[in-house]
Design a protein around this ligand. Sequence first.
Ligand code: 3HC
Length: 311
Amino acid sequence: MMDQHLHAFEARIAAGEKIEPRDWMPERYRQQLIRMISQHAHSEIVGMLPEGNWITRAPTLRRKMALLAKVQDEAGHGLYLYSAVETLGADREALIQDLLAGKAKYSNVFNYPTLTWADVGVIGWFVDGAAIVNQTMLAKSSYGPYARAMIRICKEEAFHKRQGYEICVTLAQGTPAQRQMLQDAINRWWWPTLMMFGPPDDQSPNSAELLRWKIKRKTNDELRQHFINITVPQVLALGMTLPDPQLRYDEATGNWCIGPIDWDEFWRVIRGYGPCNRERLEARRAAYAEGAWVRAAAQAYARKYATRQTT
Ligand code: 3HC
């Protein structure tokens, strides 16, 4: 019987059908999605922290409003994704407790400090730009709720990237000190952004299964290369450089070829030893504690509303 189910499931995947929460799916497929979507949700929530640091210090009201809107969007993305992972039978509270206990992964890139205002621009341009490359691919994922969440998230990411790039254009056209601030931020965020796409394909234990089941539609290296190819010309157009002396354009392939990525740094950061891992988790734990009364009030209201419905 199981073979029949599996055979039918594989045929649906091969036909490009979307798998929905009530459909039969291999337990491994479900577990892989819970792993991936929960980490994605955690990344969105933790990702609010680096930029949130600059909301009170934005240089103009217009910049403050755009940054507020972006950080608020990220919270919404996290909630969509926690809702998407709940369709797989996962317990949201348990996933959040894993994050607070330091047991859950979230994107490496959010474990670096935002030292200047230029970081806010470069994060929008690089990090959200990388997210768009990755999430545009995930919008074609075989799991229906995930793919649909990506469609709305990608629309909002487009604004995030645009507002970030505009900040960078303004700095690039500014004083020498502003140009230097931008160059410094580019130097600090370039390599951690490239690491966002995951380890090289030959060191990616999950990719084969995710690609076979069309959860992922492209490999880590394919997406990383696509991001590099679209971003390097943008950096050069601003008169900025990249912190990679080996960077060169390959006419034959049309690719920008980069120097080696420091994968030791990547594994160190995702194992909890990055510059801001401790600070990020402390901030999440404090926010969770301070929000306890809000959760209690919402649950009390829900109980009261439910009894009102039945009387
Ligand atoms: N940060 C932290 N951990 C990472 C990572 C990263 N950038 N890349 C890979 N890893 C982890 C994986 O989770 C895996 O560990 P696990 O088995 O314990 O979960 C291990 O490293 C090996 O990596 P794999 O390549 O085998 O893992 P995947 O096939 O899952 O690929 C991924 C990793 C590309 C991140 C993929 O999971 C993915 O596309 N996830 C969905 C997108 C996502 O999570 N993006 C995070 C950023 S969200 C964001 O940018 C918000 C925006 O608004 C700014």
